[in-house]
Ligand binder design. Structure first.
Ligand code: ADP
Ligand code: MG
Length: 338
């Protein structure tokens, strides 16, 4: 084949594939947008595990009517304007790709109204094409409705797992975000049934209980370490409470869910020799560090982070975890206590 520039529609679908892999990726991007907009209430609704419908409603700052078409355009963002800004990111979004990517592979409707605006707007996009764009009366905030995800990417659709699996991924994500943002009220509804609800009261352990159950939440140990510009907070399981895999180990870095193998191994090392082979702890840890000490622009889905001084971060995680385990004197090996 000769070299040819891809048609825009093909290019858009390829780019979307990097951001939107499955329903949970859509939920993640929409929650991040709501949080960036300062929302204190976020409601997530799905039908058929998000394959039929994903709707995220927030009471955040909203989008001006004139800016609605821009919001769904690629590389259009209100969160960054120069390349230097990339090294001082304080928002969860910054690539200006999420809404464009979602719009490329679904039927998306965006309703939004900024607080104090006379009226809001509605824009309907089918596979990147704007179908409707009109003013409508709305309460302040934003609703993003995503229908028939991957209707135009059959190959992607085939890779999706059973509804239960896709739903579990969404449950895990929303509950983690609820723990990371205890001051925000989250509500997750699947096929009309409320799966998770938090109250924005800032009670981290209460939120832990909504997902793990009261008994597990009661046993989890609190982690709280502050070391110069790094802080590590959250919850870890005592050595008596383990799982057969690493799925219950979650890290947030500066409020962003980070899938980082190295952070996980730092955590596991802290438990070293205390757990049986093949058993893993549960953990939800929130790391805060100066924005310029971490590069978040590593991955289109923003799932990975790179630390400028990884060893300092890993060591802080290990010390934080060991200190929390030490609070349980009976389980600590002798060599730790000196
Ligand atoms: P990014 O988050 O990287 O800027 P997105 O494609 O996710 O890119 O969103 C594009 C823009 O649309 C955002 O920069 C923001 O200005 C606006 N936007 C998206 N979602 C919301 C929302 N829920 N509330 C307010 N503004 C939003
Ligand atoms: Mg975004």
């Amino acid at each position: 084949m000769p070299i040819q520039v891809l048609r825009e529609e093909v290019a858009a679908k390829i780019a979307a594939g990097e951001v939107v892999e499955r329903p949970v990726s859509v939920v993640k991007e929409l929650i991040e947008n709501a949080l960036d907009a300062g929302a204190t209430e976020i409601t997530i609704e799905t039908r058929e595990a998000g394959k039929r419908l994903i709707e995220v409603a927030d009471n955040g700052s909203g989008i001006l009517f004139e800016e609605l078409p821009l919001a769904i355009a690629r590389f259009a963002t209100s969160k960054l304007s120069t390349a230097e800004d990339l090294f001082n990111i304080r928002t969860l979004g910054f690539r200006g790709e999420a809404l464009a990517s979602i719009a490329a592979v679904s039927r998306m409707t965006l309703f939004s109204c900024p607080a104090g605006a006379k009226q809001g707007g509605k824009i309907v996009v089918h596979g990147s094409k704007i179908e409707t764009y009109e003013p409508v009366g709305l309460p302040p905030g934003t609703v993003v409705r995503v229908e028939d995800l991957f209707y135009n990417v059959p190959a992607r659709l085939k890779f999706l797992k059973q509804d239960t699996t896709e739903r579990n991924l969404i449950n895990a994500l929303v509950s983690r975000y609820a723990m990371a943002y205890p001051d925000v009220r989250f509500r997750l509804i699947h096929d009309g049934k409320v799966f998770l609800q938090t109250y924005g009261r800032g009670e981290a352990r209460e939120i832990l209980a909504t997902y793990y159950g009261v008994e597990v939440a009661r046993q989890m140990l609190e982690v709280d370490l502050e070391d110069a510009d790094i802080s590590v907070r959250g919850f870890i399981s005592p050595i008596s409470l383990t799982r057969a895999n690493r799925k219950e180990i979650t890290f947030f870095v500066n409020g962003r869910w980070a899938q980082d193998v190295a952070l996980t191994s730092a955590l596991l090392q802290a438990y070293h020799t205390l757990l049986m082979v093949g058993r893993y702890p549960m953990a939800v840890l929130f790391i805060h560090i100066a924005p310029e000490a971490v590069d978040v622009n590593v991955h289109p889905a923003k799932a990975e982070v790179r630390f400028r001084q990884p060893d300092r971060v890993f060591s802080a995680v290990q010390r934080a975890v060991r200190r929390a385990l030490l609070a349980q004197p009976s389980v600590v090996p002798v060599e730790w206590s000196n």
